[in-house]
Design a binder for this molecule. Structure first.
Ligand SMILES: NC(=O)c1ccc[n+]([C@@H]2O[C@H](COP(=O)([O-])OP(=O)(O)OC[C@H]3O[C@@H](n4cnc5c(N)ncnc54)[C@H](O)[C@@H]3O)[C@@H](O)[C@H]2O)c1
Ligand SMILES: O=C(O)[C@H](O)COP(=O)(O)O
Length: 389
């Protein structure tokens, strides 16, 4: 029986991928084999010794101590692209919220008092305060053209906008999926100087912290609208609020409210709703539950942020040894020698690496004695070992 600890609500569609006869899933459980979570912050959490995998039902993994997991030989899985349409739709809504002044206009309408005839009069007198502008012909700058940024760029083109994007790490697949009308910028600053709207779709890492700061704001067009549906910390909120007060920035729409943002005029901060659609929650949960299950039951790895992709078909009547080790010379030699010393015959073997980690699957014809597993565990550089019957 595998034990799965959930640290957030995970869509039932995903949990159904873990059959009850083989999986016990609960929000409180001892000795979990895997953790499933969304935005729960795992930093500082005590990591159970039994843990073999972490599955993030979503895209961002900055809430997970990925480096620490790697040192323990634990793969972290996520669900790339599974919530990208949900975020795209909210970003498009965010542009409209800003340029049509929907926040203050809604507040105005909610504050109306009197008879319907009086309200109608106040509406006609007051609406001039909320006049806006349209999207076609305006330029959207997209920083990060991955799963979400690519969709946002294409959607903006279909709305008649000009789009300029920057992503030094764009994948070949991502580039193929982009509308040919998306202009490629050589730097973030090139995007900023040409854009009426700027939206961010990058992970929060050291290099992306405060991508928008007071200095960069000065280089942006007057009246720019900034959208942050990526992460708190990518935009320096204080600098943006000051730029709103000075009239430089027209509006700021984000997914990360704070005391500073929630009461600032021209700021609309939503409660981290980007991925909160039924479809996205199901897509993410299903994808990550299937990946974690595959890892636990076969050792195969798909969509891990810290481990290489490893898929080895399982031969019948074989025992599978799974070894995670440091990516240093002579590990394979030592592992196969330990197996040979015990008289275990190797049927099939696959070794792949990613950065400082290497991962090996070995299918053998007979049960591996516990002493042999212990010997492999004791090899300097081996981080985790398990046998799948
Ligand atoms: N608001 C929400 O609910 C919500 C939902 C999903 C994702 N997110 C956030 O959005 C981020 C992006 O999600 P995604 O699915 O598009 O991820 P992704 O991995 O598909 O795309 C990220 C892209 O950013 C690029 N990038 C990295 N550093 C960059 C830099 N300094 N400048 C320009 N580009 C850079 C990468 O090359 C990659 O193409 C996630 O990491 C997460 O933090 C938020
Ligand atoms: O990175 C993500 O996928 C989003 O921020 C979604 O987070 P959530 O699953 O907590 O809504």
């Amino acid at each position: 029986m595998y034990k799965i600890l959930t640290l957030n609500n995970i869509s039932v569609a995903g949990l159904e991928k873990l059959p009850r006869e083989r999986y016990e899933v609960a929000s409180e459980i001892q000795h979990p084999d895997a953790i499933l979570l969304r935005s729960f912050k795992m930093h500082g959490m005590e990591i159970p010794k039994s843990l073999k995998a972490v599955g993030r039902a979503g895209a961002g993994v900055n809430n997970i101590p990925v480096e620490d997991m790697s040192k323990r030989g634990i793969p972290v899985f996520n669900a790339p692209g599974a919530n990208s349409n949900a975020v795209k739709e909210l970003v498009i809504a965010g542009m409209l919220i800003a340029c049509r002044n929907i926040g203050p206009a809604w507040d105005f309408a909610r504050g109306l008092e009197g008879t319907d005839a009086e309200i109608s009069k106040q509406v006609e007198a007051g609406k001039k305060n909320f006049g806006g502008y349209e999207l076609p012909g305006r330029t959207l700058g997209v920083i990060g053209l991955g799963a979400i940024g690519g969709r946002v760029a294409n959607a903006a083109i279909s709305l008649g906008m000009n789009v300029i994007g920057f992503d030094p790490g764009i994948t070949v697949e991502g580039a193929w999926a982009l509308d040919a009308g998306v202009r490629k910028a050589a730097s973030i600053d090139e995007v900023l100087t040409h854009s009426d709207f700027v939206t961010f779709h990058v992970p929060l890492v050291d290099a992306t912290r405060d991508l928008i700061n007071a200095d960069r704001l000065k280089r942006m067009r007057d009246g720019v609208v900034i959208l942050n549906f990526a992460r708190d910390g990518i935009v320096d909120d204080k600098a943006v609020v000051e730029a709103i007060a000075s009239g430089k920035v027209y509006g700021y729409v984000c997914d990360f409210p704070s005391n500073l943002l929630k009461d600032t005029p021209k700021v609309v901060s939503l409660p981290h709703l980007g991925a909160s659609t039924r479809e996205a929650e199901e897509n993410c949960a299903v994808m990550v539950a299937e990946q974690v299950r595959d890892y636990l039951e076969t050792g195969n790895i798909v969509n891990s942020v810290n481990f290489p992709e490893v898929i080895m078909p399982r031969a019948e009547n074989c025992y599978r040894l799974v070894v995670v080790n440091s990516n240093v010379p002579n590990m394979l030699g030592q592992i196969s020698t330990k197996l040979a010393d015990t008289g275990v015959n190797i049927h099939d073997m696959l070794n792949k690496s990613k950065g400082e980690l290497a991962y090996t699957l070995v299918d053998v014809d007979q049960a591996i004695p516990e002493s042999c597993v212990a010997d492999i565990e004791a090899i300097d550089g081996v981080l985790a070992v398990r046998v799948i019957d």
